[in-house]
Design a protein around this ligand. Structure first.
Ligand code: UDP
Ligand code: MG
Length: 337
């Protein structure tokens, strides 16, 4: 039996990219005749004609099974990826963007790494950022530098979400059910043997990027808070340092008072400085703790990561939990024997 390679494609307002995307992956599929292909488009609450165009592709596709899930609103790329993964059934599952910035030709190399070199996952890494605004590259570099120092995860600069993984890695990713999803961090956190596949940056075929500067900052920030407890620990250290400084300062005042008992002191400026400084520290600390609290609050609500509005995936194989799935598989295998 041929192995199934499944591509998961999150799409948000990509009406001008979908057809080009399909045409381009079809050419790749033709060369990889050893496999069966599934393409799962996840329409992340697009406001344009994306869903209709996906449906047209579903009807006219000549190679591979094309399926879709349409989410009830825009949940963000990370949630769309989760939705796609939770519906997936391929032996190998790839995540790639609809705008062809993730060259489908790399799939051949990725499959080779998994099939013949024993890797569990192959991830694409951009070695150039040509065509990208300079300021974005600069910030991105700074982001990787800082996140690798303050968090428990190690991100490789230029790493993308574009990857191909074995079923076991998919299950691992699915078992991480946090709502605030920082996919790049989750990849590194789950581990497994990864091979980097390098490529030159490609510009999108049509449409516009969904990211703006504020959006990227927010993304970077959520990466920090999701994987770092260091800021909280930093707060504790800061507290200790300030307490020690306060002691030294008090000691200094006491010594001066003993040495020169007759010099009059109002102490106004020193009190103001200490008060302002401590006030600032306390507010920052509270803010930081509040940030984690807010996240804990969102997590304990255990809201679903996405809602599905419409799909053509008939097989509800992946909607049951893992144990049920394994039982079903065993039953099917027994039936087949
Ligand atoms: N995307 C999505 N939901 C969103 C934003 C983006 O599913 O809320 C998809 C988008 O359709 C594309 C991929 O995520 O397939 C990457 O988005 P984009 O090209 O805008 O990001 P960039 O390549 O500029 O980082
Ligand atoms: Mg893009």
């Amino acid at each position: 039996m041929k192995k199934i390679v499944e591509l998961i494609v999150p799409c948000y307002n990509e009406e001008n990219c979908i057809q080009a995307f399909y045409d381009s992956v079809r050419e790749v599929f033709k060369k990889l005749y050893k496999y069966d292909f599934i393409i799962t488009f996840v329409d992340d609450g697009s406001k344009d004609n994306t869903l209709n165009i996906i449906k047209e592709v579903v009807d006219t596709a000549t190679i591979g099974i094309v399926q879709y899930i349409s989410l009830s609103r825009n949940f963000g790329k990370e949630s769309a990826i989760y939705a796609g993964l939770s519906k997936s059934r391929g032996d190998y599952v790839a995540l790639l963007d609809a705008d062809l910035q993730h060259p489908p030709e790399l799939l051949a190399k990725m499959l080779d790494a998994l099939e013949n070199e024993g890797y569990d996952r192959a991830t694409a890494r951009r070695i150039s950022r040509t065509g990208e605004p300079v300021i974005r590259s600069l910030f991105s570099r700074a982001f990787y530098h800082i996140i690798n120092h303050v968090t428990v995860i190690d991100l490789v600069p230029g790493s993308t979400d574009y990857c191909l993984m074995r079923r076991s890695v998919v299950e691992a990713m699915l078992s991480m059910t946090e709502r605030e999803r920082f996919t790049k961090g989750i990849y590194t956190w789950v581990g497994y043997k990864n091979k980097w596949i390098e490529y030159e940056n490609v510009e999108r075929v049509a449409g516009r990027t969904k990211w703006n500067f504020i959006g990227l900052l927010r993304y970077a920030y959520s990466g920090f808070v999701a994987f770092a407890t260091t800021p909280l620990r930093g707060v504790v250290y800061l507290g200790v340092v300030i307490t020690i400084a306060a002691f030294i300062y008090a000691l200094n005042i006491w010594i001066n008072a003993v040495r020169e008992p007759y010099v009059p002191r109002t102490g106004y400026s020193s009190i103001m400085i200490v008060m302002l400084f401590l006030g600032g520290v306390i507010i920052t600390t509270l803010g930081m703790i509040g940030e984690y609290l807010a996240r804990i609050y969102m997590e304990v609500k255990r809201r679903p990561i996405y809602f599905e509005r419409e799909t053509n995936i008939v097989d509800n194989y992946m909607t049951c939990d893992k144990e049920e799935r394994i039982n079903n598989q065993v039953e099917n295998n027994n039936g087949a024997m």
